[in-house]
Ligand binder design. Structure first.
Ligand SMILES: NC(=O)c1ccc[n+]([C@@H]2O[C@H](COP(=O)([O-])OP(=O)(O)OC[C@H]3O[C@@H](n4cnc5c(N)ncnc54)[C@H](O)[C@@H]3O)[C@@H](O)[C@H]2O)c1
Length: 344
């Protein structure tokens, strides 16, 4: 059975998802493209080719009985209304991160998708990066023993990446700056690698280097995991003019009781448990941040889940615990107090 997909929001991420659909052959057909900038939807449909209905009204995508699934790549403030309507109409849903502006919205979305009995997957694409699955497998096999600590970071300069007036600069339209928009990627990944986060502390600031931004663009975060590991994160959208290229060089260091893993100049491991890695930090021969592959694997997994009924690795249900960490980070920064993460 061919899965008929409607795309809602035809900007940067819709273009990034496209290779995922183009490599799936007969399994999927894109039948609608929607963007409130209709020209963008039109251009996207032309690039895909074939008989695609173009609209500027997302409710038409939801109302169309020929659409089985929607792929939502819209600004954050539209995630909840679009998902709630799509679930009510019985569509399977792939939604870009962050799932929600807050936990209350997220819970409503998950409840609606559960009531509909449809797949609801959040596009946390970093879990689908080809190198991250082998890393997860090594950790589960105890290659570096008990993980005792993790360090992550990300550096971007938002004003270089997005034009003036873009919705990403606005707190009202995003529900948060560098924390909710970008740190969420690696925080979700650390949940996958290490387990749940128990408590957080955080500081954030708005640097002024992104003149239009009323959101935080610098953040430092400390995390305590349920298993006792500690995590340290630094994320900024204010890496002035010359960011460290993040897609390929966001830092991950995992410190274990029997070794270490890091992604400094490629993925490396030291392990007293494994002969081949026991003398020093040793290259693991893994690819480094092949972002296109992450979208291909992500979309493929979404289609697998529709076909088999399995819960996605990055289901809305799972992602509630990521949103809970993000909400706790904002609360910690705003109150100046270590904050316990609400477990769902
Ligand atoms: N996974 C990643 O690495 C990654 C990277 C960047 C952004 N994102 C996420 O992807 C989502 C989209 O971000 P983007 O960078 O593609 O932004 P974008 O601005 O390039 O695309 C969003 C599109 O939504 C359209 N839109 C706005 N209101 C609409 C409406 N009412 N109806 C239909 N379309 C509407 C806009 O015109 C725009 O074309 C966000 O949730 C963002 O956080 C993920």
């Amino acid at each position: 059975m061919t899965i008929r997909v409607g795309l809602i929001g035809c900007g940067l991420m819709a273009r990034a998802h496209l290779p995922g659909y183009q490599t799936t052959g007969e399994r999927v057909e894109i039948v609608m493209c929607c963007d409130n900038n209709e020209q963008l939807a039109q251009t996207h449909a032309q690039n895909i080719g074939g008989d695609i209905v173009v609209t500027s009204d997302w409710e038409q995508v939801i109302a169309n009985p020929n659409v089985d699934a929607v792929d939502i790549c819209s600004p954050h403030f539209l995630h909840a209304p679009m998902v709630l309507a799509a679930a009510k109409a019985g569509k399977h849903i792939l939604l870009e991160k962050p799932m929600a502006m807050n936990l209350t919205e997220g819970q409503q979305m998950v409840d609606a998708a559960n009531a509909a009995g449809k797949v609801f997957m959040v596009a946390q694409n970093q879990r689908y990066l080809p190198e991250h699955q082998p890393i997860k497998d090594w950790l589960d096999q105890g290659a570096i023993g008990r993980v005792i600590a993790a360090r992550i970071d990300g550096n971007q300069f938002l004003s270089r990446a997005y034009p003036k007036g873009h919705w990403l600069f606005s707190k009202a339209l995003t529900g948060g700056g560098v924390i909710r928009t970008t740190a969420i990627h690696k925080i979700d990944l650390l949940r996958y690698f290490l387990g749940e986060v128990k408590r957080v502390t955080a500081f954030y600031s708005t640097s002024g280097l992104n003149p239009e931004m009323d959101n935080e663009d610098v953040a430092t975060i400390a995390m305590e995991f349920e298993n006792g590991a500690l995590g340290e994160a630094f994320f900024t959208f204010a890496s002035y003019q010359n960011p460290i290229p993040t897609a390929s060089h966001e830092l991950v260091i995992l410190y274990g009781s029997k070794g270490m893993i890091n992604n400094i100049n490629g993925w490396n491991m030291y392990s007293t448990e494994l002969e081949a890695y026991s003398s020093a930090m040793t290259p693991m021969g893994l690819p480094n941040a092949d972002y296109t592959q992450s979208f291909v694997r992500e979309v493929g997994h979404f289609l697998d889940c529709i076909e088999t009924g399995q819960e996605p690795l990055t289901s809305g249900r799972d992602n509630l615990n990521t949103i809970a960490v993000i909400d706790a980070i904002y609360q910690a920064a705003e109150t100046g107090k270590a904050t316990t993460v609400q477990r769902i």
